[in-house]
Design a protein around this ligand. Structure first.
Ligand code: NAD
Length: 338
């Protein structure tokens, strides 16, 4: 598809993933509007596009109906990434805040429907998958799209809100009111990701020389960390190729234990103190890895960046762009807030 001159809204475009997506769409020649309330996103993430006058930026809270209506006006495609979202500590301890996503998503989708937006591309999550499928780290489980169905058992209210967002879009799409696709992102990481997400927390801990080096959970949790450039590429392909409102996994099938990731962070950063495991801290499911067969088949998408390569790039970026004293002073809040 040729994106040149198409009118695109990216909600939450000042975020980690959102800013990479904006950059990719601008690079394809699209007209991009960003609406963000900067509650966790940062204008500095869009510094290049803003100073070049390459995007329109509107600061506003999309939970206000008028803001949502104004945001989608004249837009052909809406990439909806705005969400009250954070890392594992935030999701589990700020449930009331995350519940606001039910209203946020509902208002944005309604505004899109009323304005005749052609397609909505939704930033969904691996958190829609049932917890009961993800309990045992020794099982070789890969989460497949059709495992989301009754009995639902999503990951906290955050996961249920993403699930309701997906179901709303499926209904709109089946009723031929608008085209839609839900991209189920799995544990994204990369440049601009913040310390409340596990990989960045490990990097920050090594950066400030934390001793002992804390690790939430037993370390046996399995994740499929997926590099942000791959997430963005998959999202754009999904926008081009899927119309029927279905959910599709965007995640690698590489299985990495949290303890292995922590050890590699320590090795690469040349700092290897004792690791203190904290099983009572928020950990999330013990076995979360996507099956990405459907994305291969429908989108021709496959992750290009192996975990070790993406991790090393991310560490290099982090070290070059942060001040040790500032991170050390604010570490506790960086790990727990958004
Ligand atoms: N990072 C991940 O691993 C991951 C995994 C699955 C899904 N997602 C989803 O991807 C999207 C982007 O996440 P992210 O990790 O890049 O960063 P993020 O969670 O910081 O992004 C959310 C963005 O939305 C903005 N926002 C929040 N509430 C808003 C409101 N009411 N009105 C306007 N803007 C608002 C924030 O300021 C921020 O820029 C989110 O929808 C998130 O749920 C992320």
């Amino acid at each position: 598809m040729n994106w040149a001159q198409h009118k695109i809204l990216v909600t939450g475009g000042a975020s980690f993933i959102g800013s990479h997506l904006v950059q990719a769409l601008v690079g394809r020649g699209a007209f991009v509007r960003v609406v963000d309330n900067l509650s966790s996103g940062k204008l500095s993430n869009l510094a290049h596009e803003l100073s070049a006058g390459a995007i329109e930026f509107i600061e506003g809270d999309l939970r206000e109906q008028e803001v949502a209506r104004h945001a989608v006006e004249g837009m052909e495609y809406v990439f909806h990434l705005a969400a009250d979202h954070g890392g594992r500590g935030y999701l589990e301890t700020h449930q009331a805040a995350c519940a606001g996503n039910l209203a946020l998503d509902g208002l944005v989708f309604l505004a899109c429907r009323e304005a005749g937006v052609e397609k909505v591309v939704y930033a969904s999550s691996g958190c829609v998958y049932p917890n009961f499928r993800q309990k045992h780290p020794k099982e070789l489980v890969y989460l497949k799209e059709d495992m989301v169905g009754p009995p639902y058992d999503a990951d906290n209210i955050y996961g249920y809100a993403k699930l309701m967002g997906e179901l709303t879009l499926q209904i709109y799409s089946q009723a031929r009111e608008m085209k839609a696709v839900s991209c189920r992102y799995f544990t994204a990481y990369g440049e601009r990701c913040k310390e409340d997400h596990a990989i960045m927390a490990m990097i920050a801990r090594a950066f400030v020389r934390q001793d002992p080096f804390e690790m939430w959970g037993t370390g046996e949790q399995i994740r499929n960390w997926t590099y942000v450039a791959d997430i963005v590429q998959g999202t754009i392909l999904a926008a081009e190729k899927i119309n029927d409102g279905r959910g599709i996994n965007l995640g690698t099938m590489e299985r990495t234990r949290v303890i292995e990731a922590a050890q590699e962070v320590q090795r690469y950063m040349g700092y290897s103190p004792q690791i203190e495991r904290l099983p009572n801290m928020p950990t999330g499911p013990y076995n979360r890895v996507a099956d990405n067969t459907l994305a291969k088949h429908l989108l021709g998408w496959e992750p290009q960046v192996r975990f070790l390569e993406g991790l090393h790039r991310t560490i290099d970026w982090y070290v070059a762009n942060h001040q040790r004293n500032e991170i050390a002073t604010g570490l506790e809040s960086l790990l727990n807030e958004r």
